[in-house]
Design a protein. Structure first.
Length: 263
């Protein structure tokens, strides 16, 4: 071992040079304490300075990095900040919904889906966006067709987060769909269809949160606060929905630095 390395890594048990028998063989089991310590020194000197691990890249997940921002939410527009009592009530209601969902999950999972309900595959991002939001919102079509009075076309308006649907979604699916919708919301406007699904997915999200889910819901709360500030018409119903999501992320999922200050 080089002297410089020894200065950085002092030996806890210094061993002076000792007289060993002429027939000392470091390859055989030591017979005395001196032979044992000498053998350790020899093995340590043979260790390379740098060791490179052989990693199979195929075994690594595609998404390994989780970026967590520490920035908070933007304050609510003047006159629209929720009261503490309102926030506490929303948390209590949300908790009751989660408990009911967990209690009856097996029952709803066993219910047959309608023949027109085909849940997309996990990795089908565009399929999930269309499934949840509908062709009309996904394609940003505002004009209604004359045929829509004949019945609900879920392909166009999106499937609601029915218990029979969300109960079939495992945590990997919940997290992925949440990521897909938050990504869509990052560049699009807030809609009732989006709000219903975000609420349902948050209700299905298990605690304690995985790092990826933790990052996603913080991103969601911050985006809600941005849209809330930019709301030109100050639609009270929409601001209330955005307040609700921020409230659940910050107060139920313990992201207190994102919470609205009580009005």
């Amino acid at each position: 071992m080089e002297p410089g390395v020894e200065e950085l890594m002092p030996r806890l048990l210094p061993v002076d040079d000792c007289d060993l028998a002429e027939d000392f063989d470091p390859t055989v089991p030591p017979r005395t304490p001196q032979e044992y310590l000498k053998r350790v020194q020899i093995e340590a000197a043979r260790c390379p300075d740098v060791v490179v691990a052989q990693i199979d890249p195929k075994k690594l997940r595609k998404k390994q990095t989780v970026n967590i921002s520490i920035s908070g939410c933007q304050p609510a527009p003047e006159g629209y900040s929720p009261t503490l009592r309102w926030q506490q009530q929303q948390v209590a209601n949300f908790s009751a919904v989660r408990q009911s969902l967990n209690k009856h999950r097996n029952h709803w999972r066993s219910q047959h889906l309608d023949s027109n309900v085909t849940m997309p595959k996990l990795e089908d991002e565009e399929g999930w966006k269309k499934f949840c939001l509908g062709e009309r919102v996904y394609s940003e079509i505002d004009v209604l067709s004359d045929n829509e009075n004949l019945g609900i076309d879920y392909i166009k308006v999106g499937f609601p987060p029915l218990l029979s649907i969300v109960s079939r979604m495992n945590q990997a699916t919940v997290t992925s769909v949440l990521e897909y919708l938050i990504s869509w919301f990052g560049e699009k406007k807030f809609t009732p269809e989006l709000g219903r699904w975000l609420y349902a997915l948050l209700a299905c999200l298990e605690k304690p949160l995985l790092p990826e889910a933790h990052s996603l819901i913080r991103q969601l709360a911050r985006r809600c606060s941005e849209v809330r500030v930019l709301e030109e018409n100050k639609n009270e119903e929409q601001i209330s929905a955005l307040n609700l999501i921020i409230c659940l992320v910050s107060r139920y999922f313990d992201q207190r630095d994102l919470a609205d200050e009580p009005s």
